[in-house]
Design a protein around this ligand. Structure first.
Ligand code: HAM
Length: 432
């Protein structure tokens, strides 16, 4: 009886990346890195494991307790597999606060884990591109971060028919809710948590939760009416709010930069993470099948202050998820056909010493041409079949006769054309 075999499937919500998957990922991450560096962002990285307390402090109940993979290590420490980058980057900035030149622009491309229900656009292991600016409390940094987010989709050829940046402001949101619900800061916090789940829970449950926080019919319908108001009407509810001023400035500069066609004010954007204090935004794919946010971000003025006694290093940034980005690129036909790369198989015959083939592949590589030796002793037809399957574009064939004459045959595997070339002209053949 044969022993049962182990599963070949990756854990639920995680993915294997085969070479063809990595080709695609390297392509889109490469373009993103290039674009961020052009905007003067520098890459950083941090550990996969962090103390649980850095998420418990400010990321919010849902992320820290329900979604984070937490465990106790052999030394009895409470640790988390990072569910996000922002507390880590704030910690790193705090650790070098006296040496860094502010405002600083940093980015990273890393993987994260969250125990979520796997669904389209959401998995348990995913990658995020994080880009953050530290040390500016001006709307200018908010604008820069949002314009970088827009640019990261435009570099793939996306236009305004494909995505929208939904923008709100936490300060403004709190001031409006405080005035409509006639409550204080703590009341606003509790009410916001319920409102954040407005579209996700039953209407009766939503109303009951608001009532349990002391709201009556008038307040509940007052909150409902906020969602049908346009920008200027809603701003007029709290015209002197600092958040309203920030929103006005941000939209003015987005308009002046020609970016407002990508953006919309959306009072429904609150963001689940507790640390945001000002501008908040999410970027949505306009294709209805991709309904989960692609980017989430905003301003957080007090995360660095968790680690050092300083309150003058605010941050603003975003996380862009790889799962939603890939869905977006596929849905809108923004992934180019692969191709253009030369890969050569050096075939092998028994009557030629193996070292000759090793030297031949070495010569190709030295000239910058990707090459591999055939390993084994199959007939030439089988070797060529294998080459085509492995993605080779050409085969270099050298039997005993060619060796004596100092030539090789080069076969184009797509056209099947063959050409005899002098040993010393092989690199020139590929270069032209
Ligand atoms: P977030 O909204 O939790 O924000 O995540 C940002 C993006 O990461 C989401 O819009 C989504 O594309 C992706 N993402 C999140 N969870 C998952 C998941 N389970 N599966 C696939 N993709 C996912 C943050 O994480 C903030 N730390 C971002 C930030 C940086 N804010 C300021 N700086």
């Amino acid at each position: 009886m044969s022993t049962p075999k182990l599963s070949t499937r990756p854990l639920k919500g995680t993915r294997d990346f085969y070479p063809e998957d990595m080709r695609l990922r390297n392509w889109f991450f490469g373009k993103i890195r290039e674009a961020l560096e052009l905007c003067a962002f520098e890459e950083y990285n941090g550990p996969t494991l962090e103390p649980l307390e850095i998420y418990a402090a400010k990321s919010g109940e849902e992320l820290a307790s329900e979604q984070t993979y937490n465990f106790t290590d052999r030394g009895g420490r409470s640790l988390s597999i990072r569910p996000e980058m922002t507390p880590t980057v704030a910690r790193m900035v705090a650790a070098r606060i006296n040496e860094l030149a502010f405002p600083l622009r940093w980015y990273s491309v890393q993987n994260f884990h969250r125990y979520e229900r796997p669904q389209r656009g959401r998995l348990r292991e995913f990658w995020q591109i994080n880009a953050d600016i530290f040390g500016s409390d001006s709307y200018e940094a908010d604008f820069e971060i949002i314009s970088v987010a827009i640019n990261l989709l435009r570099i793939f050829g996306a236009d305004e028919s494909m995505f929208r940046v939904h923008i709100n402001n936490r300060r403004f949101f709190s001031d409006v809710i405080a005035s409509v619900a006639k409550t204080d800061e703590d009341g606003v916090k509790a009410i916001s948590k319920v409102i954040d789940r407005r579209g996700k829970i039953e209407r009766a449950g939503y109303e009951n939760e608001l009532r349990s926080l002391g709201l009556g019919d008038a307040e509940i319908s007052g909150i409902d009416s906020l969602y049908s108001m346009n920008f200027s009407d809603i701003i007029s509810l709290c015209p002197n709010s600092r958040g309203a001023a920030e929103l006005r400035e941000l939209f003015r500069v987005l308009e002046a930069a020609g970016l407002s066609k990508y953006c919309a004010f959306d009072f429904g954007i609150i963001r689940g993470l507790d640390y945001y204090t000002g501008t908040v935004f999410e970027v949505y794919d306009l294709a209805p099948e991709n309904n989960r946010a692609m980017f989430g971000g905003g301003r957080y003025d007090n995360l660095v202050g968790l680690f050092v006694a300083r309150d003058d290093i605010p941050g603003v940034g975003f996380g862009l998820g790889d799962v939603t980005l890939e869905n977006f690129l596929r849905t809108h036909g923004l992934i180019p056909e692969p191709g253009g790369k030369t890969l050569v198989l050096v075939t092998r015959f028994e009557d030629v010493p193996y070292e000759k083939y090793v030297a031949l592949a070495g010569q190709l590589r030295e000239a910058g041409i990707a090459a591999m030796n055939y390993l084994g002793s199959k007939k030439l037809g089988k070797q060529l079949e294998n080459a085509a399957k492995a993605g080779c574009t050409h085969a270099v064939i050298m039997g005993g006769g060619e060796l004596v004459r100092g030539v090789v045959k080069i076969k184009d595997l797509a056209t099947r054309e063959e050409q005899t070339v002098g040993y010393s002209q092989i690199a020139d053949y590929f270069k032209k």
